[in-house]
Design a protein. Structure first.
Length: 324
């Protein structure tokens, strides 16, 4: 294990949801719990068996650590391990604090040209990497991203990076769609009260064809329906956003057109990839951070996220650091 002095911690929608509702699905908060799972910091102390890190190293933290080497770990899909420890998922504490202890293998050294803030953004970026891989985004793909929150935006970034020829994104908010344009979306659709079929036909007319891949980042029933209608026959719909347990969808439409529906659960094996992309400046996540607060103003930061202001709110846990 390593002891870290925390630096930057991003606030996720799930953090706000636990704070407001005390549960997400089967994960119920039963006692006090530290939030935060998008994080970076500096190594203060290392355990006796740790060789790849030393005090002073700047690291990004992967929050999900399997507790035992089971079949899922053996096949490289450790995110599906039932024994997984995950920061800020009850009953496991997160890392929104001054000092934090974590498994050394899940702390990744940051190159000098990658900032702490970028290090903390690897967590949401990883969701985009994992989702686009599961969707099979490749050279020349046409992609529809549903929802322009932080996760929709990282999917735009990653899809473009993986060679997508055109990406169209939808949202209710004009300002969020503007941000999507900034990070590389080719087309935006501001949804008002169109039917799912209408949204699907708008997607098709903007792209000039139906997309091979749809990445659904809202979890809203109507959006999942639009995702099925929009996806080209033989294509793939990736469900990233989580909504209610039971959702009514046109499953026969998907089945007879051979539209594959795939889920994702967080990510796995993405930190090295993300660090390589950030270090080589192939991907720019900096525009995602719109608000910064010191740890003392955590409540204000959470309120800001809850109101849906900006994109990513970042907390600064190290009071000695003067850098933005």
């Amino acid at each position: 294990e390593v002891l870290l002095r925390m630096h930057s911690v991003g606030i996720c929608g799930s953090d706000v949801h636990y704070w407001q509702h005390g549960r997400i699905g089967d994960f119920v908060v039963k006692g006090p719990m530290v939030l935060g799972h998008e994080a970076s910091g500096t190594v203060v102390k290392v355990g006796s068996g740790v060789t790849h890190l030393k005090p002073g190293d700047r690291v990004a933290i992967e929050p999900g650590v399997p507790r035992e080497m089971d079949e899922f770990c053996k096949t490289g899909r450790y995110n599906l391990s039932p024994t997984l420890f995950f920061c800020a998922t009850p009953p496991d504490d997160g890392n929104l604090c001054r000092f934090y202890k974590h498994h050394a293998s899940y702390c990744y050294k940051l190159p000098d040209n990658v900032t702490f803030e970028e290090g903390a953004l690897i967590e949401p970026l990883s969701v985009g990497i994992h989702a686009c891989k599961r969707g099979g985004v490749t050279l020349g793909s046409k992609v529809f991203v549903s929802g322009s929150g932080p996760i929709g935006l990282v999917n735009v970034l990653v899809a473009k990076m993986m060679g997508a020829a055109a990406v169209v994104i939808t949202d209710l908010s004009a300002s969020r769609l503007q941000k999507a344009k900034e990070v590389g979306a080719d087309f935006t659709i501001q949804v008002k009260n169109e039917s799912p079929q209408e949204v699907a036909s708008k997607v098709e007319s903007l792209l000039g064809c139906m997309p091979e891949i749809t990445v659904e980042c809202t979890g809203v029933q109507a959006c999942i329906q639009a995702g099925i209608y929009a996806t080209r026959s033989g294509g793939t719909l990736v469900l990233v956003g989580l909504g209610p347990d039971m959702v009514t969808v046109p499953i026969v439409n998907a089945a007879v057109r051979e539209v594959d529906i795939r889920g994702i659960f967080r990510y796995c094996n993405t930190w090295p990839v993300a660090i390589a992309l950030l270090a080589s400046k192939r991907i720019n996540v900096k525009p995602l951070v719109t608000h910064r607060f010191p740890l003392e103003k955590a409540l204000e930061a959470f309120e800001t996220t809850k109101r849906g202001e900006g994109v990513k709110v970042m907390l600064k846990c190290d009071p000695t650091d003067q850098n933005p």
